[in-house]
Design a protein around this ligand. Structure first.
Ligand SMILES: [Zn+2]
Length: 286
């Protein structure tokens, strides 16, 4: 079996650079609201910031660098993978043409998506603040005490949200780009790859090595449920999704370009469950 794993694993340096830009944006947000402790005023300032041209530009530039960085890095990965299995010429030609076609359009959509996530960061925090104020007021707490607390928790909350966006958006964008190219190059299956450390979700760990069709995303939480104390499965709020496409997920898809990448008999997601498949049956489906 060829070891393609390090090839397809998203490059952490792109995520790290995106994270740095988001944290810089988070610092701007925190600085903006330092002048006041009044919750209503905080909301106004946050909304105002979202509407400024400079802020929007900053968000767009961060999103663009992340998406185009992943795009060109993956182009390199595809070429390497192709060169290794003799389909180099076909894939190379397809990659050369792709920017003129739907890939350029798709990339603009991905940039818009990521920009939107960042631009709305202040209003997300605004909602957090409003919720907090409402909850604490119900408990009968004094407005001045609440305001003081908000000032204290604000930097931490903002940073946490920025970190979540950095991780989740990089991973989702990376999967979207792989998906796009896979379909264009006729690779309809991928191998779900999990990082497999202490922070990996139980269900995702179980998905490691499973063959998945791009048109049929699994629901890992239904396939490998976590049981509550009463023995009933925990409610699945994530639904069906591809590797890397849920909050904080670090899994990634490894497109099947060559059967040598797969160890048979292999586990495959089909008909809403995980089955076992032999090489010749999979070959027929490919
Ligand atoms: Zn995962």
């Amino acid at each position: 079996m060829k070891n393609n794993r390090p090839l397809w694993e998203p490059k952490r340096r792109i995520e790290a650079a995106f994270r740095r830009r988001l944290l810089a944006i988070a610092r701007i947000i925190v600085r903006e609201i330092k002048s006041t402790a009044d919750p209503d005023e905080v909301q106004q300032i946050l909304l105002g910031l979202t509407r400024t041209k400079e802020y929007q530009k900053l968000c767009q530039s961060a999103a663009m660098k992340m998406v185009t960085g992943l795009f060109s890095d993956q182009g390199h990965t595809w070429r390497q993978a192709a060169a290794a299995n003799g389909k180099g010429r076909i894939i190379y030609e397809a990659l050369r043409k792709e920017l003129q076609g739907p890939a350029g359009q798709r990339m603009r959509e991905l940039i818009d998506d990521a920009t939107y996530r960042i631009v709305t960061l202040p209003s997300d925090i605004g909602h957090d603040v409003a919720d907090y104020v409402a909850r604490e007021s119900l408990k009968g707490r004094r407005a001045s005490d609440i305001a003081e607390e908000i000032q204290k928790m604000f930097p931490e909350k903002t940073t946490a949200r920025a970190e979540l966006i950095a991780r989740t958006q990089t991973s989702m964008t990376s999967t979207s780009l792989t998906w796009e190219r896979s379909e264009r190059l006729g690779a309809h299956w991928y191998i779900w790859r999990a990082v497999g450390d202490a922070r990996t979700r139980h269900s995702h760990e179980k998905m490691e090595g499973v063959l998945v069709n791009w048109n049929d995303p699994p629901a890992p939480e239904d396939l490998f449920p976590i049981l509550n104390a009463d023995g009933k499965p925990r409610r699945n709020t994530l639904g069906h999704y591809h590797a890397g496409c849920c909050p904080n997920c670090r899994c990634y898809p490894e497109p099947v370009i060559d059967l040598d990448q797969v160890t048979f008999p292999a586990r495959i997601y089909m008909g809403n469950r995980i089955q076992t498949i032999r090489k010749k049956d999979f070959e027929r489906m490919m």
